[in-house]
Each structure stands twice: as structure tokens, then as C-alpha cells.
Design a protein around this ligand. Structure first.
Ligand code: ADP
Length: 167
């Protein structure tokens, strides 16, 4: 039986923290679907197409190294509904700190109440990437800071290009 996981997020942009979680999913599932959440009202730096192509590029080597099949999908409904649609039995979430914990546990429990057949699995952030948040990465990049140690090289390029276009 193929075990499928669903890892939802904004991925605006994908960071080394996301990459850490994605790579470690190979210990848990055979197939991972990355769910790029699309919220029309929410302003993001990268558009849907950029996020998808970036995730595909970054995940190619992870897939090759681990044997885990990785797909990228967008969704604009509940993450549990999207998880069910793609055939996932587990939703993966990363935990960085107590703020993540409080929010994620509550959300995980409400998701479980709605869809008891889907388990949420929490992976604690690795020490080297625990402090990374997409929101801070964007803020640093907008102010001319160096984000190269926080994101994969392909994301660095895309973020720089995007900021140049928008400025
Ligand atoms: P962010 O919270 O940085 O804007 P997302 O909304 O894309 O990123 O987050 C998607 C999931 O990835 C969430 O479960 C979040 O807790 C997790 N995550 C984000 N950054 C990290 C990190 N540095 N280490 C571990 N998990 C992370």
C-alpha cells in the first residue's frame, strides 16, 4: 500500500526549514503532496506558478535521493478536504516554537474532528533551520539583507527577481 502525506503551506518562498521537513517525510510516507495554499485576499511575493515551479525544482533532488515521490498541487479549500482529495492519510506540519504548537495542535484537533480518518503528524524543526520563517525571509530580502543561508539557491534567485520586478 502506498502511504501518501499532504504538506500544506504558503511556501512564499520555500525555505530551508520546509526543505528539512520535506526531506524527513521520506521516513514516513512513500508519496508526498505539497499543497500550495491559494488565498485570493492574501498578498504574496511569489505567484502560484512561481511557487509551483520553485517547489518542483527544489524537490527533484530530494525525490531522487530518497525515493519518495513528490507532487505539487494548489488548493483553495480546507487543508483536510485537499488532503482527502489527493488520497493522503496524513497531514504533515512543522513545529518551530510554542506559537506554532498552540496554533497547530488546535488546528490538528479541529481537522481530526472534521475528518477522523486523516492524522496530523507534527515534525519538530531541526535546530539548524528552526528560526527560519518565510515572512522574515521576505522582510530581510526587501530590506536588502542576505537570505542565502535561509533558502535554497533557486528560491534566492526567484525572490531577487521578483523584488526587482516589483520595485
Ligand atoms: P511560514 O510559516 O514560514 O510562512 P508556511 O505557511 O509555508 O511557512 O508553513 C507551512 C508549514 O511549514 C507549517 O506547518 C510551518 O509550521 C512549517 N514550517 C515553516 N517553516 C518551518 C521551519 N523553519 N522548520 C520547520 N517547519 C516549518
Amino acid at each position: 500500500m502506498t502511504r501518501t502525506g499532504f504538506y500544506p503551506g504558503s511556501f512564499d518562498p520555500v525555505t530551508n526549514g520546509h526543505v528539512d521537513i520535506i526531506t524527513r517525510c521520506a521516513n514516513l510516507v512513500d508519496e508526498l503532496v505539497l499543497g500550495v495554499g491559494v488565498h485570493p485576499g492574501k498578498k504574496s511575493l511569489l505567484d502560484e506558478g512561481q511557487k509551483i515551479s520553485l517547489l518542483q525544482t527544489v524537490c527533484g533532488p530530494i525525490s531522487a535521493a530518497t525515493g519518495m515521490n513528490i507532487r505539487v498541487e494548489t488548493f483553495d479549500d480546507l487543508s483536510v478536504s485537499a488532503a482527502q482529495r489527493v488520497g493522503a492519510s496524513v497531514i504533515i506540519r512543522g513545529l518551530r516554537d510554542a506559537t506554532d504548537f498552540d496554533y497547530e495542535v488546535q488546528m490538528g484537533q479541529m481537522n481530526a474532528a472534521m475528518m477522523p480518518n486523516i492524522e496530523t503528524v507534527f515534525l519538530t524543526a531541526s535546530p539548524a533551520t528552526r528560526m527560519i520563517a518565510s515572512s522574515l525571509v521576505k522582510q530581510i530580502a526587501r530590506m536588502g539583507g542576505d537570505i542565502s543561508s535561509f533558502v535554497p539557491p533557486e528560491a534566492l534567485q526567484m525572490v531577487s527577481a521578483s523584488l526587482n520586478t516589483k520595485s
